[in-house]
Design a protein around this ligand. Structure first.
Ligand SMILES: [Zn+2]
Ligand SMILES: [Zn+2]
Length: 461
């Protein structure tokens, strides 16, 4: 179309994988980054988006869809390199960022102590960074025009509820009526606390669609209530035998949902009232869930997580104490990454005949969590070559309380938004290829792009 605005798209990370999610858009001279994530399993430069790709590009704004590590944790490195960037997020994401980025300071410092390519950041830098985040609420509109913007029409930015975690949003960018929509991490279905996503009513020209659950196996994930019933019966089985259950969870999102789920099951008398152990960052974030409950997209704003009694995991003298009576332990990291609390607990749990490890979410195929989740009683597992060998003595049960849309729902997003172009990101090759083949059938008018890191795609809408 003559006179249409030029839009360029480049992935800096998060193409063909879930990791350092970061996407660059150039809309008629205005440079916008969508997210600035860090790969949860990698360290150093390899864990970051490839910022060298945008070294000489127009660069004005970075919009953060939500505060999960794979969407925000590279922000301090980005701002060190491009200090003039304006950061935009929801007020809740800003509050969470304050906690998680401060929490990351000492971890990153330790990881980078022998790294010559990359310098760590300190608390002062985090303080300044978080203070400069501009907030935009769902339903409000912000006008964006970068330094080299080529017309008098601004880009209109609006957030939509993404239904994923506290503060999560999808991002709509409207320029001269051409609409680009980035889902971020999106869930159309309700979880225990978080209500489902709210999609825009308008037709979208460019859809940047996450594909976490796009693989053939994840097309029809069991619904929350089905998983809840299976979860309850497993808890009963283990606790009746005098065992304790370890549930590795992300501190942000999964912890609060599983805590809410346990409270709900206890209240409905579907499981006995058992001691729940937790602590650390998860608890700090939980206070933000409670504090924001009336202004968030929650199923029951009157429900407060602080009502649920729990014990401080960090005050336990020895892990043996956790087996004195049947109990439930919620610990981070979610994928039992080596060196984290849940990893250390898991190594103890694996040898406990009466115990059980329940996994409840996505595991990176190369994480210790994946190895544990896919093992069973009697298996021999080893976390590192030449490392200690563990014979799995405890029960291992796998549940999927997904914070992401099922594959079927991803197709629904594409059908509802009727996009002209679809960019499939944030998923492994299987998920992206399978989603592509389904969208090709259900939305035949859409042109499908499978972005590769660093390859620019030019769209003349
Ligand atoms: Zn997420
Ligand atoms: Zn993500």
């Amino acid at each position: 179309m003559a006179g249409s605005p030029q839009i360029k798209f480049t992935a800096l990370g998060g193409a063909g994988e879930i990791g350092a999610n970061c996407y660059y858009l150039n809309i008629d001279g205005t440079g916008i980054l969508l997210d600035s994530g860090q790969h949860p399993r990698k360290t150093g430069l390899a864990s970051l988006p490839d910022f060298s790709i945008i070294e000489n590009a127009d660069l004005d704004f970075v919009i953060i869809s939500h505060a999960h590590q794979d969407h925000i944790a590279a922000l301090p490195f980005l701002i060190k390199r491009f200090p003039y960037l304006k950061i935009i997020a929801t007020p809740q994401t800003k509050q969470i960022a304050f906690l998680t980025l401060h929490n990351a300071v000492s971890i990153v410092k330790e990881q980078l102590k022998d790294d010559e390519e990359l310098a760590a950041f300190d608390h002062e830098e985090v303080e300044l960074l978080v203070r400069t985040i501009e907030t935009l609420r769902v339903g409000e509109v912000m006008e964006l025009a970068g330094y080299n913007h080529r017309s008098r029409h601004p880009v209109l930015l609006e957030f939509f509820e993404a239904g994923h975690i506290l503060g999560s949003c999808s991002v709509s960018l409207d320029y001269k009526g051409v609409k680009t929509f980035y889902t971020g991490d999106i869930n159309l279905s309700s979880q225990r606390i978080q209500a489902g996503a709210v999609l825009p009513k308008f037709k979208v020209d460019n859809l940047i669609l996450e594909s976490t659950n796009g693989s053939q196996a994840s097309q029809t994930l069991a619904g929350w209530e089905t998983e809840s019933a299976r979860f309850a019966s497993s808890i009963n089985e283990i606790s009746v035998n005098g065992g304790s259950i370890l549930i590795p969870v992300f501190a942000l999102g999964k912890f609060q949902e599983i805590l809410g789920e346990l409270a709900w099951l206890m209240k409905k008398r579907k499981i006995p009232v058992l001691p729940i152990y937790s602590g650390g960052l998860s608890e700090k974030i939980t206070r933000l869930y409670d504090g924001n409950r009336y202004i968030s997209n929650f199923n029951d704003p009157d429900f407060e997580l602080r009502e649920i009694p729990r014990e401080d995991l960090y005050k336990v003298n020895s892990f043996e104490e956790l087996f004195r009576t049947p109990s439930i332990v919620l610990a981070s990291s979610g994928m039992m990454i080596a060196g984290t609390y849940s990893f250390n607990l898991a190594k103890f749990w694996l040898r406990k005949g009466k115990g059980a490890i329940f996994t409840v979410g996505y595991m990176d195929p190369e994480s210790p969590g994946y190895l544990i989740a896919n093992s069973k009683k009697g298996d021999k597992i080893q976390f590192f070559e030449g490392g200690e060998e563990y014979t799995v003595a405890c029960e291992i049960r796998k549940f999927r309380f997904s914070a992401h849309s099922s594959g079927d729902e991803l197709i629904k997003v594409a059908e509802k938004l009727r996009p002209g172009n679809v960019f499939l990101i944030h998923g492994d090759d299987d998920s992206i290829n399978y989603s592509a083949s389904r969208i090709r059938r259900t939305v035949p008018a859409a042109k499908i792009f499978v972005p590769e890191k660093g390859r620019e795609i030019i769209l003349n809408a």
